[in-house]
Design a protein around this ligand. Structure first.
Ligand code: ADP
Ligand code: ASP
Ligand code: MG
Length: 406
């Protein structure tokens, strides 16, 4: 029986060792025998990508981004070959592809490349021969044959993009948790699995630090309406559906709490308070490719003001350098970097129609004696920057206050 095409993606922990790879192969073969066509996307084994980054930094703290992509893409090349061998061993035909062989064409922004198009002819040919096609996640190739990577967590994006291109009936993301939870289950053991969640909520969660899905993959899924099914590669449980709209019987105001410890804060003190100052600094940062997240400017009483903003920790050095240069030109005071921070956020589409959510959040933090250093809000989220050591405590308290626990 012919049941249609499924794209399945297996993350690093799902292929961490030989036994896990064999387990994945058994699942793939089981689906194949039940009549599904399969395109399987895999990540690098376990922590391989982190280890490769470390290795590179031992040689050069500022490696060329092109060479970094050359290096990191090897991780996924190992997994696809090993998984193909494991599937063969179970008597099913399969073939492995690099991103380039899979026709994943990207722009030239090394380490964070964007997919321009997918030439899926080769994949389709192999599917026609009844083979399982196993594609290396996280990587692509430029029009001039340079290997690129799609940003950390990018195998999710490979899977979603292939599901769209091949008009798959489903895109399954297999990981080491049962699905999407109300907060990171490693931080709060009482976190509850969410059966259905909207693209908007998942995108907000991912952007605010819920590592379980790469934010860019959700952007693509939302744009092309690709339903995603997140589930565990360690069990047969049903998991979470990420879809356009969720009909909830009762209004749920807050659906999840997120934590992000990968941000750092820069404060520029005593800036002259006149038009054009902020424009100058943030233009310089953007020209240098530094992504700025939250920005807070204090009210000035003395014709001088302080501005604080956050960047990712990995961009801190570069951001400090650019900020120092820009600030020197406009007569600013001291510039302070702070890595000892965490961003905690609450997310939920129900927030739009419910007043008082921010007050409740601040009240919880006050009760725990946690000082709020910065605040930012969107339509469907509220975030606070706090000292890192309070992060887990704050997440658990918010999770409880908004009634998210089991
Ligand atoms: P993979 O290797 O499969 O890509 P990741 O490590 O990227 O897996 O993502 C899975 C991890 O994301 C989980 O182990 C969990 O600790 C973390 N996580 C953070 N927030 C959430 C959440 N809201 N729901 C589920 N998992 C989450
Ligand atoms: N291996 C890559 C990473 O660790 C891509 C992925 O796992 O999705 O970021
Ligand atoms: Mg991941």
């Amino acid at each position: 029986m012919h049941r249609g095409l499924i794209v399945q993606k297996f993350g690093g922990s799902s292929v961490a060792n030989v036994e896990r790879i064999q387990e994945v192969a058994r699942r793939v073969v089981d689906y194949r025998r039940r009549g599904y066509d399969l395109v399987v996307v895999v990540s690098a084994l376990g922590d391989t990508t982190d280890e490769l980054v470390e290795l590179a930094n031992k040689i050069n703290l500022h490696p060329s981004e092109r060479e970094m992509d050359m290096l990191l893409s090897t991780g996924e090349q190992i997994s696809v070959a090993l998984l193909a061998m494991a599937v063969h061993k179970l008597g099913v035909e399969a073939i492995s592809f690099t991103g380039a062989q899979g026709g994943i064409i990207t722009d030239t922004s090394h380490t964070r490349a964007r997919i321009i198009k997918i030439n899926a002819d080769k994949i389709k040919e192999e599917l026609k021969k009844n083979r399982v096609v196993i594609v290396a996640g996280f990587q692509g190739v430029t029009l001039t044959q340079d290997i690129t990577t799609l940003g950390r967590g990018g195998s999710d994006l490979t899977a979603v993009a292939l599901a769209k291109e091949l008009a798959a009936r489903e895109c399954e993301i297999y990981t080491d948790v049962d699905g999407i939870y109300t907060t990171d289950p490693r931080v709060e053991p009482h976190a509850k699995m969410i059966k259905e969640i909207t693209y908007d909520e998942m995108l907000e969660m991912a952007s605010l630090g819920a590592q379980v899905m790469q934010a860019r993959s959700i952007e693509v899924a939302k744009k092309f309406d690709v339903p995603i099914h997140v589930r565990s590669s360690f069990s047969k449980n049903a998991g979470t559906l990420i879809i356009k709209e969720v009909k909830r019987m009762e209004d749920v105001v807050v659906t999840s709490v997120t934590i992000n410890k990968k941000a750092a804060k820069i404060t520029i003190c005593s800036l002259p308070d006149r038009p054009g100052v902020a424009a100058k600094i943030f233009k310089k940062l953007s020209l240098e490719g530094v992504n700025v997240d939250m920005i807070v400017q204090n009210v000035s009483h003395t014709r001088q003001t302080d501005i604080s903003f956050t960047v990712s920790k990995s961009a801190l050095q570069k951001a400090m350098k650019v900020t120092r240069k820009a600030a020197a030109n406009i007569n600013a005071g001291q510039i302070i970097a702070d890595e000892d921070i965490a961003r905690i956020s609450i997310v939920g589409v129900g927030m739009k129609s419910h007043p008082g959510v921010a007050a409740t959040m601040f009240g919880v933090l006050a009760k725990k004696k946690v000082n709020i250093e910065m605040i930012s809000t969107s339509d469907i989220s509220i975030s606070c920057i706090i000292k890192k050591r309070f992060a887990e405590r704050a997440v658990r308290a918010l999770h409880k206050e908004f009634g998210l626990g089991k």
